[in-house]
Design a protein around this ligand. Structure first.
Ligand SMILES: CC(=O)N[C@H]1[C@@H](OP(=O)(O)OP(=O)(O)OC[C@H]2O[C@@H](n3ccc(=O)[nH]c3=O)[C@H](O)[C@@H]2O)O[C@H](CO)[C@@H](O)[C@@H]1O[C@H](C)C(=O)N[C@@H](C)C(=O)N[C@H](CCC(=O)O)C(=O)O
Ligand SMILES: Nc1ncnc2c1ncn2[C@@H]1O[C@H](COP(=O)(O)OP(=O)(O)OP(=O)(O)O)[C@@H](O)[C@H]1O
Ligand SMILES: N[C@H](CCC[C@H](N)C(=O)O)C(=O)O
Ligand SMILES: [Mg+2]
Length: 479
């Protein structure tokens, strides 16, 4: 993709907001960032061969010199995303986005899986990376940087992928990373506390999420909204104003809802009402929240014009999502061990409640709270573990640049009976060694993650691998 493209009468070979990535013929976007002011790096970018600079009006032609084109915009982040969309056009024709505090990865994954089951060439983009047939992820931001995003979308289109489901994180929405992407439908799962370190208040956090409906989903698009969310009316009003269709989904209410839900060991027998039609479904994944997420995916497919009966008929082919209430082992005494990505108070409550029906004896939780992230979550997560788990082990989860013991000290008062074991591998081993017949353990917070971030180092770490090793140590064989 190094071909030249004329944008605003300037022939460009590429775009970037990072001076270190500039190559000859590039546009450099000088973004006033959260840490640095990109304008400081204009000289570096020009030295590296930038042919154009996008910057706020405070940057003058004198600053860039006579040979460099200057694009002014008071919102250079948004403009960069729009320019990237233009540069890498065309994008896949049918794209959907999902926002919400919890459930985005699961909904994006289920949506991709359902399309694939229908023999549609589809991809998902989010916390698990970029996934489509032949590409199983990677790592990076949940919502990629706009240049990466639009480059990937252009590359997917060139590979014949016309259906994409992506996660819209609140950071991504607030930083205009998704602008220029055209969505046929957009979904809202829920809003509970997270990321207040970045947004500052729940109102500002909510406003970032609502941008998806107010500014990104076009008129004529479909808003798929959890009927149980407190934001349901607000989003419906936005949709009415913007002439978007609303599809409400939920476990009990909405145009897509459950009529009956019978628990099985590894899934549910469901009776659904979908757009006025009744269906019986063999749903192969445990956790009521995954039923809710799958209903959201159905809404997105139907919002894109899929026939409800056809879409519902593929629900029984879904597989669980990596690191989301994933059973990673079972002891000979019958105790089960799950790994889950709960790293918010609501997610932790949700997964503990979802596991309770599988518990014959005691429910154990190994959990921790991330460093350099919303500190307000810490006592709330501790209180949830104390209330909903019978046994709690508090441990480290990506302390980043904070003192791990100080993070645990923020949590402990809310769960005074918890064992406090900083070393995560030791915590997991000890939890597994303590499992009795009928017990269930959830190792929460890291899900699919492959590392423990301590300071600025990422040390290899995988909860599922550590759990399997602990099971093998304990009973001389896998689960
Ligand atoms: C707070 C945040 O999200 N920051 C992201 C953002 O940084 P920023 O724009 O504020 O950049 P900055 O560091 O202040 O620098 C300003 C500008 O100077 C440029 N620069 C800097 C140095 C240099 O030598 N030359 C140069 O040009 C930078 O490229 C940037 O354009 O844009 C960067 C480039 O895309 C991201 O790497 C960075 O992600 C940080 C590292 C991050 O960790 N973000 C997380 C919190 C995040 O976004 N998470 C969400 C979701 C989480 C969830 O849902 O749970 C996500 O979508 O992943
Ligand atoms: N619909 C839901 N409601 C409440 N909790 C949920 C829901 N779906 C998932 N969870 C919980 O949240 C965790 C994360 O789920 P998932 O990865 O799908 O969410 P996400 O929104 O993508 O998270 P992130 O913000 O990290 O990208 C799960 O492991 C589970 O504990
Ligand atoms: N996208 C989330 C992931 C958190 C995962 C958890 N393991 C933690 O480190 O808190 C964040 O960056 O806040
Ligand atoms: Mg995610």
């Amino acid at each position: 993709m190094n071909a030249q493209k004329i944008i605003n009468n300037v022939p460009l070979t590429g775009l970037t907001a990072d001076s270190r990535q500039v190559q000859p013929g590039y546009l450099f976007a000088a973004i006033p960032g959260t840490v640095a002011d990109g304008a400081r790096f204009i000289p570096d970018a020009i030295k590296a061969g930038a042919r154009a600079v996008l910057a706020p009006p405070s940057v003058t032609q004198e600053d860039v010199g006579p040979d460099v084109a200057l694009f002014h915009d008071s919102n250079p982040r948004r403009r960069l995303a729009l320019l990237a969309a233009e540069f890498y056009a065309p994008q896949p024709e049918t794209m959907v986005a999902v926002t919400g505090t919890n459930g985005k990865t699961s909904v994006a994954d289920f949506t991709r899986q359902l399309w694939q089951a229908m023999k549609i060439n589809a991809a998902s983009i989010g916390t698990l990376g970029i996934r489509y047939a032949g590409s199983d992820g990677g790592s990076g931001l949940t919502t990629p940087d706009p240049v990466d995003l639009h480059r990937e979308l252009g590359a997917m289109k060139a590979k014949g992928i016309d259906h994409v489901a992506m996660e819209a994180s609140s950071h991504g929405l607030d930083m205009y990373r998704l602008d220029g992407a055209k969505f046929a439908a957009a979904a809202f799962t829920n809003l509970t506390q997270d990321h207040l370190d970045y947004h500052g208040s729940m109102e500002i956090y909510r406003a970032a999420k609502l941008r998806l409906f107010e500014e990104l989903l076009a008129s004529g698009g479909t808003a798929v909204v959890n009927s149980a969310a407190a934001e349901f009316d607000q989003i419906s009003n936005i949709a009415a104003e913007r002439k978007q269709r609303v599809i409400a989904y939920g476990l009990t209410n909405g145009q897509i809802r459950c009529i009956k839900m019978d628990h099985r060991t590894d899934g549910f027998d469901l009776e659904l009402d979908v757009m006025g039609e009744r269906f019986t479904v063999d749903f192969p994944i445990p956790g009521t929240f995954q039923v809710e997420n799958a209903l959201c995916s159905l809404g997105l497919l139907i919002g894109c014009g899929e026939n409800p009966k056809h879409a519902v008929s593929h629900l029984s082919q879904l597989s669980g999502v990596r690191g989301r209430m994933e059973r990673v082992g079972r002891l000979k005494n019958g105790a089960s061990i799950y790994v889950d990505y709960a790293h918010t108070p609501d997610a932790l409550a949700t997964v503990l409640k979802a596991l309770r029906p599988h518990v014959g004896n005691r429910l154990h939780a190994v959990f921790g709270c991330g460093g350099d992230r919303d500190r307000g979550k810490r006592p709330l997560m501790g209180a949830v573990a104390a209330e909903l788990a019978d046994m709690q082990i508090l441990t480290d989860d990506n302390p980043r640049t904070e003192d791990p013991a100080a993070i645990r000290a923020d949590v402990m008062p809310a769960c005074p009976d918890a064992l406090n074991i900083g070393d995560r591998a030791q915590a997991i081993h000890q939890a597994i060694a303590g499992l009795e017949p009928g017990d269930v353990l959830v190792i929460a917070g890291k899900g699919h993650e492959q590392g423990q971030t301590v300071g600025d180092k990422i040390l290899p770490f995988d909860d599922a691998d550590v759990a399997r090793a602990a099971i093998a140590d304990l009973q001389g064989g896998g689960g």
